[in-house]
Design a protein around this ligand. Sequence first.
Ligand code: TRH
Length: 377
Amino acid sequence: MQQQAVVNCRKKWDIFCKVVDNFGDIGICWRLAKQLNTEHHIAIQLYIDDLSVAKKLIPTLDPALQSQIVEHITITAWTAQTAFKPQADVVIEAFACGLPNDYQANMQASTAWINLEYLSAEAWVDDYHAKSANYGKLTRHFFFPGFTQKTGGLIREAHCSPSTLSNTHADNHLSISLFCYPHAPISTLLTTLANGQQTIHCHVPASTVLPEIAQFLNLSEVRTGNTYIKNKLHLHVLPFLSQNDYDTLLANCDINFVRGEDSWIRAIWAGKPFIWQPYLQSEDTHLIKLDAFLAAFYGCMKQPTQTIVRAMQHAWQSGTAVRDSMQQHWQNYLILLPEIQAHTLQQSAALADRTDLTTKLVIFSEKITKNIAKNKV
Ligand code: TRH
């Protein structure tokens, strides 16, 4: 049965999402849409150009429907045939995906048009957040997520607090989750885990890394739902999870390997030690992003722990030179795990004390709307 959109919403927002590759674009847009609706009572129309990818995170979605309501969000397929009615108070263009020509041409001058940018901890973000550019009668505003108070903040639902999510179990084994790009040194890591002294349960949601996992196990393929054991390593191959189930997995593991943008932020809210693999970019830009984040999140960590975390993080970025030393980096990391855990929880809790991205976006949109009205008078 289709759900009804929330009827008493004060405002209407349209969100445009193009699935460029992977899941981060839809992952963030879906989270944002739900939070705007449940916490800010805004009616959301979410346009997505690839419903089949979206369905992986939102299992109840029917990709065959042109328009449908899921969890009170109106989701519409964004195709060349889509008939747009630009009547929203606020339009979110996710990650500079561009608005459809006929939509943009018919947008009211009173609409607040906001481009939601990708997250980075680099210092330049402070200066670029909340800038704008004119496009004829329209103004496009740039909203940058970030780690400082001067930026648009981090996406976080009200119920999500690192201390309540953190669920440390007393067993002697370690649980880890593994979500990464296929070029990560996966076999090297898994060999290290298998040859370690502690039993490790590694949970791998199905993704493009499964061929690497099969290769490590000397199998032609691995199946979701199966557990494979090699020495100390128990590899649990899971189906690709719904976004809610993936969030729960991160909260329940002791160490999370995450990537891109949304799983990275979610690992921060899980409050557990995590290893982040940024999206690969040309000219090693991803390493600049990694270093900016390491400085922001671990800059105040004691030595030698800080150097050890940094070394493990860099070992995970696929450089062949560091592959041989993975075992040493991992061992060092495990020895200091309680300290890394305490630091992560404290940093995550401090970030969670700040205003979340969605609330900042609502405040930002209200300022834009007021300015538009003032300039009209
Ligand atoms: O999929 P990603 O690599 O997405 C990336 C980044 O966003 C990157 O910045 C962008 O440029 C590129 O896409 C186009 O990683 P990310 O950002 O972590 O998104 C994954 C989403 O998938 C996140 O919302 C969590 C969700 N997910 C599930 O719902 N179930 C799962 O089983 C897993 C592993 C992830």
